[in-house]
Write a protein that binds this ligand. Structure first.
Ligand code: SAH
Length: 218
């Protein structure tokens, strides 16, 4: 892979992407710094690299897409809410881009992806970028990953019909889960906060469009 590839064009495009993110309302300076530090073009095929910094989802193979920069930044901002994070779980790792952004906001990122081919590619890209605190696993993440819980944040990148209790239980007190919830065109971004004492507070935010969460590995 040619990481220098689109060189200065990519630098300028990335700066424009950051300006756009601020205009779109992303305020968390750590999230903006992470979006600025992680190049997006190495995560997509060379033929679409010139579009890597546009505000649009892009194909990553296997019928899946990398979410738009705004969607990634928004989910990270909601998940972190200005805190330093220890351990984060991502469900739906795809090409590894969001995991790479999260790797700059947390000490450790565990990312689950059900499609083995995507896991292989994502691991390679992360290694080439020398990102060592992301563990990508080929696993069905519908129920989270209890063995590595609790997490400071859980970020779900595929639409769930509802948020299972088992997933909420994997949050630390004060931790947050961000997930698209709903089917087809009627999905909304939902934030669940684990309060002290085992209670959860749920907020429904804007309408969103994600690929559906599927079960099993392939
Ligand atoms: N965060 C990703 C976006 C990937 S799109 C990125 O930055 O590229 C959502 C991904 O969720 C797809 O790759 C899809 O294969 C995966 N997915 C769907 N259902 C899943 C499940 N049950 N467990 C793990 N991954 C799942």
């Amino acid at each position: 892979m040619n990481l220098a590839g689109i060189g200065m064009t990519s630098q300028r495009a990335r700066l424009r992407m950051l300006e756009r993110l601020k205009e779109q309302g992303i305020q968390d300076t750590r999230v903006l710094a992470a979006m600025s530090a992680v190049p997006r073009h190495p995560f997509v095929e060379e033929s679409i690299q010139p579009r890597a910094y546009d505000d649009t989802p892009l194909p990553i193979g296997q019928g899946q897409t990398i979410s738009s920069p705004y969607t990634v930044a928004r989910a990270c901002e909601l998940a972190c809410h200005g805190q330093d994070l220890e351990r984060v779980l991502e469900i739906g790792g795809g090409c590894g881009y969001q995991a790479a952004v999260l790797s700059r906001l947390a000490k450790e990122v565990l990312s689950l992806e059900r499609i083995a081919k995507l896991v292989g590619k994502a691991r390679l890209t992360l290694r080439q970028l020398r990102i060592n605190n992301v563990l990508m696993k080929n696993a069905d993440g519908s129920k989270g990953y209890a063995a590595a819980a609790p997490f400071d944040a859980i970020v779900v990148a595929a639409a769930m019909p509802y948020i299972p209790d088992t997933l909420k239980q994997q949050l630390k007190p004060g931790g947050r889960l961000v997930a698209p919830v709903g089917a087809g065109e009627s999905q909304r971004l939902v934030v669940v906060e684990a309060l002290a004492g085992g209670e959860f507070q749920t907020r429904e935010l804007e309408a969103v469009k994600f690929v559906p969460l599927l079960s099993g590995v392939s």
